[in-house]
Design a protein around this ligand. Structure first.
Ligand SMILES: COc1ccc(C[C@H]2SC(=S)NC2=O)c(OC)c1
Ligand SMILES: [Zn+2]
Length: 236
């Protein structure tokens, strides 16, 4: 019998462990939230946030999804699982589906959503820069917002309408239209929280995840606009 060459092609997350040892860690994100196994909030203090609204922001195409840089303007996230530390918003970005409406990074009881917004904050009480904080176990706090198709999201549209101007990796456009990141969060602020990691290389285990339970609605057109510019991290 002839020998059949077997080529095992490992792509995606499975190859990350080779270059990024952290990806082999014990607190890797994203995860499936098994709601029956989540403990009740207990006596955690309330989660509070305050964001600057009227400052210039830039939307960047990093090669996958889109990212809005806060350019160092003032903001605060504290309380909840964050102990006595104060965190500051560094950037926020979005993960969108590319096939049959799947696209969120986290799943809830095995269910994926059409997208997921990440608001990335870093611990300014303990560290001097985002880069330094990103390497520390209590360095980052990310608010995760699940997105589902429904009515149009007006605040998010301030970014989505700029996507046609950043179709290529590295493109960036600055806008000064007032925007309140708090308007990207759901009405009800119940959340799941767990110690996790960056969801892409270097997969550093430096993220306290705070994932809101209530999905936020975006229109089918807004999802389409995102899809037609970022499909599998490539611009089309
Ligand atoms: C410091 O090095 C990195 C590398 C990658 C990302 C982006 C990942 S992490 C996340 S949450 N969602 C994503 O897509 C970072 O984001 C803070 C930071
Ligand atoms: Zn993300």
């Amino acid at each position: 019998p002839y020998l059949v060459p077997v080529v095992i092609l490992i792509v995606g997350p499975a190859t990350w462990v080779e270059k990024f040892p952290e990806a082999r860690g014990t607190r890797q994100s994203p995860v499936d939230i098994v709601t029956s196994r989540a403990s009740s909030g207990g006596s955690a203090p309330p989660l509070v946030w305050r964001y600057s609204v009227n400052h210039p922001r830039s939307v960047v195409n990093p090669g996958y999804c889109w990212r809005v840089d806060e350019n160092g303007y003032d903001s605060e996230l504290r309380g909840g699982p964050l102990g006595s530390d104060v965190y500051k918003l560094q950037q926020w970005h979005c993960h969108w589906g590319s096939v049959n409406g799947e696209g969120s990074e986290h799943t809830v009881d095995g269910r994926a959503f059409s997208g997921e917004l990440h608001l990335v904050h870093w611990n300014t009480s303990k560290y001097n820069s985002f880069t330094e904080a990103a390497g520390q176990p209590d360095g980052l706090a990310v608010l995760g917002v699940l997105l589902m198709v429904g009515s149009k999201h007006d605040e998010l549209d301030k970014v989505v309408r700029l996507l046609p101007y950043i179709q290529h990796k590295g493109d960036k456009v600055t806008f000064s239209e007032p925007l309140n990141p708090a308007n990207l969060l759901p009405k009800r602020i119940a959340y799941w929280t767990y110690p996790g990691s960056l969801t892409t290389p270097p997969c550093t285990e430096s993220v306290t995840w705070i994932l809101f339970k209530e999905p936020v609605q975006v229109s089918a057109e807004q999802v389409r606009l995102n899809l037609c510019y970022y499909v599998n991290g490539k611009n089309v």
